[in-house]
Write a protein that binds this ligand. Structure first.
Ligand SMILES: Nc1nc2c(ncn2[C@@H]2O[C@H](COP(=O)(O)OP(=O)(O)OP(=O)(O)O)[C@@H](O)[C@H]2O)c(=O)[nH]1
Ligand SMILES: [Mg+2]
Length: 326
């Protein structure tokens, strides 16, 4: 994995007072923005303070509903997230936002774009936005996003919105950590339905066709409903909604739908939802370990097993088990 290779092998030093972790968490929970920001930064960098912070956060976790917004570039995810924030704020709920930016960590262009689009929200104490560049995280982007979800949850936000571009497995992974996954599409994106068929559709709890004000929105809805009908068992359960994030149309209905599903989700106890994220982190760490082990063996290490597979004396599955046992 490229991210792990370039990352330092030891945690960077903490930039906070390690003797006052409890104080920092208390300040964060009282809504002090600088404290929220430092906790997130430490967790994001997986600094030496991170394990202490995560431990102190434990008793405060499990309150927030985590809602993932994913879909092709330009579908209007940020604009829709913005509109959803406005709606949630009107009903008095506090919102944490994680925007995973697909661009390079250096350019910063799209991160800035997201920030500007969310400026109204940035003046509001009930909203906290953090952008993450999609590369450069110790252990990978998704685990970093999970740690930041914990920070925002621990800070007491009612809802955490997670925006990711749904083009690669990495982003789908990020979406998997949400309690509710919203897959957003829009007319005029060309191959979006194709992209959705390859994985995104499977993870959706709600499908949204944004840019409902544009021609072709109805057709995109029908295409999605058609694609869903192939999965007959779930087709009738997945809502397909039309929104126009720019003028707010359909946003109230989207929030109502999130709430309905959220209500069901939170009937599962908080612990089981957190356990799901922990399971995900373990699975990620395990597959990273296997990849590291295979890489560490050097390019020739798998040759004897490869030959056994070639000669038909061993199946690839059996060879894989042998690697795991080594
Ligand atoms: N007509 C119309 N345009 C919209 C709507 N929602 C978003 N847009 C426009 O679509 C463009 C992309 O919107 P973003 O919200 O940045 O889309 P995104 O999916 O977050 O994009 P990335 O983060 O770059 O993947 C912007 O120019 C928006 O103004 C909508 O409902 N109707
Ligand atoms: Mg965006």
């Amino acid at each position: 994995m490229t991210t792990a290779k370039s990352a330092p092998s030891v945690a960077p030093p903490a930039r906070i007072d390690l003797n006052d972790v409890a104080g920092l968490i208390a300040r964060m929970r009282s809504g002090e923005r600088r404290a929220i920001s430092s906790v997130i930064t430490e967790l994001e960098r997986l600094s030496e303070a991170a394990p202490h912070l995560l431990q102190s956060l434990q008793p405060h976790l499990g309150h927030a509903l985590v809602v993932g917004f994913t879909g092709p570039p330009g579908a209007g995810k940020s604009t829709l997230v913005n509109a959803v924030i406005d709606n949630l704020r009107k009903s008095g709920r506090t919102v944490g936002v994680i925007a995973v930016d697909p661009s390079s960590p250096i350019s910063g262009g799209a991160i800035l774009g997201d920030r500007i689009r969310m400026t109204a929200a940035l003046d509001d104490d009930g909203v906290f936005v953090r952008s993450l560049a999609s590369r450069g995280y110790l252990g990978g982007l998704s685990p970093a996003a999970v740690r930041i979800i914990d920070a925002l949850d621990g800070a007491g936000f009612d809802i955490v919105l997670l925006e990711t571009v749904g083009t690669g497995q990495n982003e789908i992974d990020v979406a998997e950590v949400a309690d509710i996954r919203i897959v957003i599409s829009a007319p005029g994106l060309g191959d979006d339905i194709q992209a959705m068929k390859s994985g995104l559709l499977e993870i959706a709890d709600i499908l949204v066709v944004n840019k409902g004000d544009r021609p072709g929105a109805e057709q995109t809805m029908q295409q999605l409903i058609g694609a869903l009908s192939i999965r007959a068992t779930v087709a009738d359960k997945i809502p397909v909604l039309k929104t126009s994030a720019l003028n707010g149309e359909g946003v109230a209905k989207l929030v109502t739908t999130i709430d309905e599903i959220g209500h069901r989700v939170t009937l599962d106890d908080a612990k089981s939802r957190r356990r799901r994220r922990a399971r995900y982190l373990i699975a990620r760490a395990a597959s990273d370990l296997v990849a590291t082990r295979i890489k560490a063996g050097g390019s020739g290490a798998l040759d004897p097993l490869a030959d056994a597979v070639l000669s038909g004396t061993m199946t690839p599955d059996a060879a894989a088990r042998r690697v795991l046992e080594s």
